[in-house]
Ligand binder design. Structure first.
Ligand code: IVH
Length: 691
């Protein structure tokens, strides 16, 4: 029988489907899990797999007599895990899933029925790490063996990864004998460096951290080692030695594992929460879900467990999963879809930016049709083809990005993504000397977006100079670079804006713009990699344009955030922009950074040594302030701007939410004990710096 596509299999799998459709769907499931567990890639994404699996399970419930022998729905790892040769001490089980609060309540009710009473021992709530399950055996404090889950009864010995996994030390401080069970994964940072190492060795990028972890466990002959991370979510005794206190609850079990020196889900930023009721457990599910986008690793759900050992034993265990634990699955942040096209834009700095055009796909609550591709080198490294099925990742407010192609699904007529020969904006030459290609004309190519950007409130602040007048000034030949703005006469501005009154006002605004500090003038040059924040750092460091112009690449690297790659590019750009800078000087534009700003920043501000994260809309005296203006204020007051809430955050500035639902950052701040300031409080704290 030919195996149908996932969509075909799913659309023909209603409860009224015939046996042939059912068997085709079962084959499709088998094939998908065989590649997933065996070959290390996914033929369909989790959402598609889960849907098909649910349809198959529903059909089987309606036709118990016709269930295929060895149907994947009845087996651990859907019966597809590679066969291992090491017997597990006790079976390594999977988890049943729920997707809605109602299904969670139904699970709670069924647990109550099994126990014969409402559970009284409370529940634990912890993240469901999205990696690969392993059992790690410690004998007398030494890590002696790591085994994959396999079919739950037998797993594969993957002890070659001993010594490469954070959280699973080779040697404990205590001579404990036990087996830690948990998930091995790549954190986002580990995943990125793993892909760099792989491509440097001529390998393909991993589609996602989970596939990468599963593949890395299995790969025994790689010439390089890729660090991963472990989180224990359970433990069992080994060799008849007593490690766990008798009758230990789940939380106590993990505490014992942590005391021995092995990392557990309780040590993760999402934590392990002990609650009395299922309603409280649900609140914790929401709290962990809210943290998800900011976690440094992937989670695909939240696991709720009956905490009491006695209630776990009384509830019992099925063939695939325990009845005392349940996974509350979170919306998928990764899907597979087809890469239909790649389009190229030119940004204000002249950099060519590719965007993937995708077949629409539902991702984390929105329909995604476009995703970021970084640069041509990245496209080549990923060997992307038009027509490829690609994995796309999106979480929270993060812009969706294309991760990798599923090479196994590449159609015959797929063609490598064409890279532009000419600038897509002006058809001129492309400068390909850096990873990020750039129009050879630089900022002059996309002049209108650059001028519009620099006229903005937080750069040159030329009130009234919007895109319409910018376009008119460029079309009339009055503006060919940013310096030309400062030589415009009232007459030319009147012609461009169509009104003498507007012309006079614009001339006045431009006069004022000449007094902006160096940091803003430097930013207005449009040098790649020198946005508002970096321009502030450069101006604060050097003090004058003259000093910046004479700095070489080595000196530039004294500025925080400028490394050996960025420094020469900035030096070269500053040199290339000499005529523009000279024109700015001739027009009387400020070329210095106020000194007092430097010293406030260095040592005396109310935020010195503090990291501040800002989220949501500002209110009160800060009403209408955007991210960059808040960033400037924080830095002026001596602080540092943080992007996400973590243990180093001092303050989170956030207005109380209008709908009463705190933002994910506010939830995280609360969890970590980070002080939350209203915009009004923050304005009071930084009052001396609100100019
Ligand atoms: S408990 C006896 N807790 O998810 C209970 N599993 O989809 C066994 N997983 O096979 C599992 N995080 O590999 C548990 N906090 C967590 C988990 C977790 C990730 C994995 C585990 C399991 C799979 C089920």
């Amino acid at each position: 029988m030919t195996i149908p596509s996932a969509d075909e299999a799913f659309s023909s799998m209603s409860s009224a489907a015939g046996r042939a459709e059912y068997e085709a769907a079962v084959d499709r499931l088998r094939e998908a899990s065989r590649t997933y567990y065996g070959a290390g890639y996914s033929l369909m994404d989790d959402v598609t797999y889960d849907r098909l699996r649910l349809a198959v399970t529903a059909w089987e419930e309606g036709h118990p007599e016709a269930v295929a022998p060895g149907s994947p729905t009845g087996q651990v790892a859907d019966g597809a895990a590679p066969e291992g040769d090491v017997a597990h001490t006790t079976r390594l089980l999977s988890l049943d899933n729920v997707f809605t609060p109602e299904e969670l309540a139904a699970w709670g009710a069924s647990l109550g029925r099994r126990l014969g009473h409402e559970p009284t021992g409370g529940f634990t709530v912890e993240p469901k790490m999205d990696g690969a399950a392993v059992a790690a055996r410690y004998r007398d404090g030494r890590l002696v063996q790591i085994i994959t889950r396999g079919d739950g009864a037998r797993g594969e010995d993957v002890s070659h990864v001993i010594g490469t996994i954070e959280g699973l030390p080779e040697q404990l401080a205590v001579p404990a004998t036990f087996e830690a069970r948990g998930e091995v994964l790549f954190t986002q940072a580990q995943f990125e460096s793993a892909n760099e190492v792989r491509t440097a060795h001529g390998g393909a990028v991993f589609a996602n951290p989970r596939n990468g972890a599963a593949g890395t466990l299995r790969a025994k002959d790689r010439p390089y080692r890729l660090p991963m991370t472990f989180w224990a979510y359970g433990a069992v005794d080994l060799d008849g030695e007593t490690f766990l206190p008798a009758g230990a609850t789940h939380a106590e079990t993990l505490a014992a594992v942590a005391r021995a020196g092995v990392r557990t889900t309780a040590d993760s930023p999402a934590g392990l929460h002990v609650v009395a009721t299922l309603d409280e457990a649900r609140e914790k599910v929401d709290a962990i879900a809210a943290l998800r986008a900011g976690l440094p690793f992937g989670i695909d759900g939240v696991v709720i467990k009956a905490d009491s050992a006695a209630e776990q034993a009384a509830a019992g265990t099925g063939s695939r999963f325990p009845y005392w634990a349940i996974a509350y699955k979170l919306p998928a942040v990764e899907r597979q879809t087809v890469l239909q096209d790649v389009i190229w834009d030119v940004g204000r700095t002249g950099v060519l930016a590719p965007t993937a055009i995708l077949a629409p796909v539902e991702l984390d609550g929105s329909t995604v049709t476009r995703a970021t591709l970084h640069n041509p080198a990245d496209i080549l490294r990923r060997d992307l083809h038009i027509g490829d099925t690609v994995t796309v990742h999106k979480a929270g407010d993060i812009i969706p990005r294309v991760e990798a192609a599923v090479v196994e699904l590449r159609p015959q007529d797929a063609t490598p993504v064409p890279l532009p020969e000419r600038c897509p904006h002006c058809a001129g030459d492309i400068d390909k000397s850096q990873e990020r290609w750039r129009c050879a004309k630089g900022t002059a190519c996309a002049l209108a977006p650059l001028i519009e950007y620099v006229a903005g409130r937080d750069i040159l602040d030329i009130d009234g100079l919007g895109r319409k007048y910018v376009d008119a000034l460029i079309a009339a030949g009055d503006v060919g670079d940013v310096a030309d703005l400062f030589t415009l006469t009232e007459e030319r501005l009147t012609a461009a804006s169509g009104s003498a009154k507007r012309g006079a006002k614009l001339a006045e605004q431009i006069e004022l713009a000449k007094t902006r500090p160096l940091s803003r003038v430097f930013c207005a040059l449009g040098i790649p990699g020198t946005g508002r924040r970096m321009s502030r750092r450069i101006a604060a460091h050097f003090g004058t344009m003259e000093a910046i112009r004479t700095a070489d690449a080595a000196v530039l690297q004294d500025v925080e955030g400028i490394g050996p790659e960025k420094a020469p590019v900035i030096v070269e750009q500053v040199a290339a922009l000499a005529p523009v800078i000279d024109k700015l000087i001739a027009a009387g534009v400020t070329m210095t950074e106020p000194q007092e700003q430097k010293s406030e920043q260095a040592d005396e501000g109310p935020l010195t040594g503090k990291t501040v994260v800002v989220t949501g809309r500002m209110t009160g005296p800060l009403d209408g302030w955007g991210r960059s203006e808040m960033g400037a204020l924080i830095e002026k007051a001596g602080g540092r701007v943080g992007s996400g809430v973590n243990s180093r955050t001092t303050y989170l500035v956030a207005a109380p939410s209008a709908n009463g639902k705190p933002s994910s950052k506010a939830v995280k701040a609360q969890e970590l004990g980070v002080e939350v300031l209203t915009p009004e409080d923050f304005a009071a704290l930084t009052a001396a710096y609100l100019d």
